[in-house]
Design a protein around this ligand. Structure first.
Ligand SMILES: [Zn+2]
Length: 426
């Protein structure tokens, strides 16, 4: 149905007596009450939150999960009280690692991020629980604990090793974003040079091995050619853990319509993100100017503290425009229109962003987004798919694919030297 629904707030016949038209009944409070009731009846699963990286770099107490106390109000967007207000049932904690660092092994930092996330989850056994499967998410929801899933952000972490990939799966990783912002030996990043024109043969083997393990292939951050190659190879549904629609904002991190259209056949989904420069054209333009100013400062001032201070001055003179909750809703509706309602989800990127859309300031605000979609006429059935049912289906399909592939073949022992010899420039 396309009209707004308020059935459980007031019986419809009463509503027709008290309200001139259903649309007029969709006051902000009524829609929010509807959203809150809906999210009590179905799990809300967010695809991307960078809290483990915030804990890693916390000022004064880096990597200290005790000092970064989630029972008190945290400095950024995420803590236990606000997760509860936001009715979040399951969270993919991003195990992001910097792709630009040169001074320490990627694998070491990746392992430290597993350690931080797992210590964080273990610290609140009454509120958080590690989840590895779709069944775990549903069980923890019944127990009233937030199902905590782990997603790696950046294939550089495997250091070109399928053995490392399998070890990360054993530590709990249930998705891996193939690249971050730096092109790898086997895959092109969206915001870096297209060195390979997509995935190399080893890159395709990474996707095949992820399918065999049951680790979701995350295509946020990769080039459109890698998206396309991964869709060719993957036998399981793929995800975009935090991206938006390129037709609305032409940013390299967003998903083109041609790829959205292929999700129907693949079964995968775009978890629409709240990152201001991906959802708002005005913000994207501002971000480009800010990036240019930062680059110019970097070329003339070497002291990073001074650079930061000067950038604060710049921002005071050039205030950022506001992205909005309504723009995020527009991207969700675009993905629904092109890919279909079975292929859309939510991937906030809270704690990974410095600016937030008006109306989506932190993890407590998810119900407001659902309220907006209710006012736009979304049915409960569609809202439940968006909230978490689509992701649960994707996880189950990936688990079934892995079970089949594990019967069919052994773990891959292929190396990048064997598969890509003479084909890459690195
Ligand atoms: Zn990211």
């Amino acid at each position: 149905m396309s009209g707004p629904r308020l059935g459980f707030v007031l019986p419809l016949f009463l509503l027709s007596l008290t309200m001139p038209a259903p649309a007029a009944a969709q006051t902000p409070d009524a829609a929010l009450a509807h959203a809150r009731a809906l999210l009590r009846s179905t799990p809300l699963i967010d695809g991307h939150n960078d809290l483990p990286w915030e804990i890693r770099r916390a000022e004064g107490h880096p990597r200290d999960v005790a000092a970064y106390d989630l029972r008190t109000r945290a400095p950024k967007h995420t803590d236990l009280e606000r997760l509860k207000q936001g009715q979040v049932a399951a969270q993919f904690w991003s195990l992001y690692i910097d792709g630009e660092m040169k001074d320490s092994g990627y694998a070491r930092v990746q392992l430290e991020q597993f350690d931080i996330a797992r210590r964080m989850i273990a610290r609140y056994p009454d509120r958080l629980a590690l989840a590895l499967t779709a069944a775990d998410i549903e069980r923890e929801r019944r127990r009233g604990r937030l199902a905590s899933l782990l997603g790696m952000e950046g294939g550089h972490a495997i250091e070109n090793s399928l053995g490392a990939l399998r070890s990360y799966y054993a530590l709990g990783a249930r998705y891996m974003t193939l690249t971050h912002n730096v092109t790898l030996d086997w895959a092109d990043a969206a915001l870096d040079s297209a060195r390979h024109g997509g995935l190399t043969e080893f890159g395709r083997e990474v996707v095949r091995e992820m399918n065999r393990l049951g680790m979701l292939v995350d295509l946020s951050h990769v080039s459109p050619a890698v998206m396309s190659n991964a869709l060719d190879v993957s036998e399981a549904p793929v995800i975009f853990s935090h991206s938006a629609a390129r037709a609305l904002v032409d940013h390299g991190r967003n998903v083109p319509d041609s790829i959205l259209a292929r999700l129907t056949g693949n079964g995968g989904l775009v978890m629409v993100t709240f990152v201001p420069q991906f959802v708002s054209n005005e913000f994207k333009a501002w971000q480009e100017t800010a990036d240019a100013a930062r680059k110019k400062l970097g070329s003339t001032i070497s002291d990073s503290a001074e650079q930061r201070r000067r950038m604060e001055d710049w921002e005071a003179l050039h205030p950022a425009p506001s992205a909005t909750l309504e723009q995020v809703a527009d991207h969700i509706e675009h993905v629904r229109k092109v890919a279909g309602v079975d292929h859309v989800g939510i991937g906030s990127d809270f704690d990974g962003i410095d600016h937030v859309p008006v109306g989506l300031e932190d993890v407590s605000r998810f119900p407001d987004l659902f309220a907006e979609l209710i006012r736009r006429g979304w049915t409960d059935a569609d809202l439940k798919k968006l909230a978490g049912q689509n992701l649960l289906r994707v996880l189950r399909q990936a688990e079934a694919t892995a079970a089949r592939l594990q019967r069919e073949r052994e773990p891959s022992t292929k190396t990048i030297e064997q598969l890509d010899q003479g084909k890459t420039t690195s």
